[in-house]
Design a binder for this molecule. Structure first.
Ligand code: NCD
Length: 317
């Protein structure tokens, strides 16, 4: 079985074999990206449009580079400066763009579900680059590839996901992916930052970093997403760091070879100690960024193959 989907909207609908197929393809692009000639042509002739309705540095740059390395024509739309400000709806914008025949549409939006809605209205392949607190599939895939390469496997690991779980699409996509691959997942954070239905996700939940990190293979830290809070979630950054910030004392409860992850952007001294984040013996944060480009190349290439196959079938059928 390979990857058959038309869009990449989330991890939830994917089968484990599809995840593995995607990661295997991405692994090959890691080696490719380390070479001198970083140019292939599997997306040649195709148009990729990046529509980011929320600020983004690494995700947008990563998608842009991924498309360019595969030979696509890539356009970035600055959505805040677009006609959305003139009252045009998301769907109107999508339909207008669709009329220009893009092949790949990469969308980030502050509302959960907005990218799914958009995918129903267009004829190209849509990739979710993060919708509200719902899903961020390429982030979970790049995290999975990072873990698989560091640990040599992607199953039967204990993974502690720590911090602001409630507002995090990264956490949600990772819970889906790591759960499908049969890992033990612990959510660690203050009750005010835990999703209401955490217990139904098939995970362990604790507000104690020691218990949560005990014997963990992977420690995944999350950013405090202040832009999605309306006050009152955390007492003070100082107190938060004391209880939930990752430093070497807390990390000592995890396995001696546990890896430290963070999707970025980091609040140093809030959810993670800056020195630990930079410690190349423990932190794989830079590897995560590297894997991001490879995963996005693999995802766009697989979707492009499916798109070509669907178009060929439509032309003959
Ligand atoms: C994450 C996001 O935007 O969801 N960042 C990212 O994609 N690199 C996490 C975050 O914003 O904290």
């Amino acid at each position: 079985m390979t990857f058959r989907a038309q869009h990449l909207l989330g991890i939830e609908p994917l089968a484990p074999a599809e995840i593995t197929a995607l990661l295997d393809r991405a692994d090959r692009y890691v080696a490719f990206n380390r070479g001198a000639a970083k140019h292939a042509d599997s997306l040649a002739g195709m148009t990729q449009v990046n529509m980011f309705f929320e600020p983004s540095t690494r995700t947008q740059a990563s998608f842009e580079l991924a498309g360019k390395r595969l030979g696509a024509d890539v356009m970035n739309m600055a959505m805040r400066a677009s006609s959305l400000n003139k009252g045009e709806t998301l769907i109107d914008t999508a339909m207008t763009l669709n009329a220009m025949h893009p092949d790949l549409l990469v969308v980030r939006h502050p509302n959960s579900g907005a990218v799914d809605l958009l995918a129903q209205k267009v004829t190209c392949a849509v990739l979710n680059a993060g919708d509200g607190r719902h899903e961020h599939p390429t982030q979970a895939l790049l995290d999975a590839l990072t873990i698989r390469r560091a640990k040599g496997r992607l199953h039967r690991l204990t993974v502690a996901i720590c911090g602001d779980i409630a507002h995090s699409r990264v956490a949600r996509s990772n819970i889906w992916l790591l759960g499908k691959m049969e890992n033990r997942i612990r959510l660690v954070g203050p009750p005010t930052l835990m999703p209401a239905a955490a217990a139904e996700l098939g995970v362990e939940v604790t507000d104690d970093m020691r218990a949560g990190l005990a014997d963990a293979d992977v420690v995944m830290m999350l950013r405090l997403q202040r832009e999605r809070m309306d006050g009152g979630f955390v007492p003070s950054e100082r107190e938060y760091y004391h209880r939930f910030g990752l430093d070497s004392d807390k990390l000592a409860h995890a396995k001696p070879d546990a890896i430290v992850m963070h999707p970025g952007p980091m609040n140093r001294g809030v959810e993670i100690d800056g020195t630990l984040a930079d410690d190349i013996n423990r932190s794989v944060i830079q590897e995560q960024v590297e894997m991001g480009v490879a995963v996005r190349m693999a995802a766009m290439e697989l979707l492009a193959e499916n798109l070509r196959a669907a178009r060929a079938e439509a032309a003959h059928g």
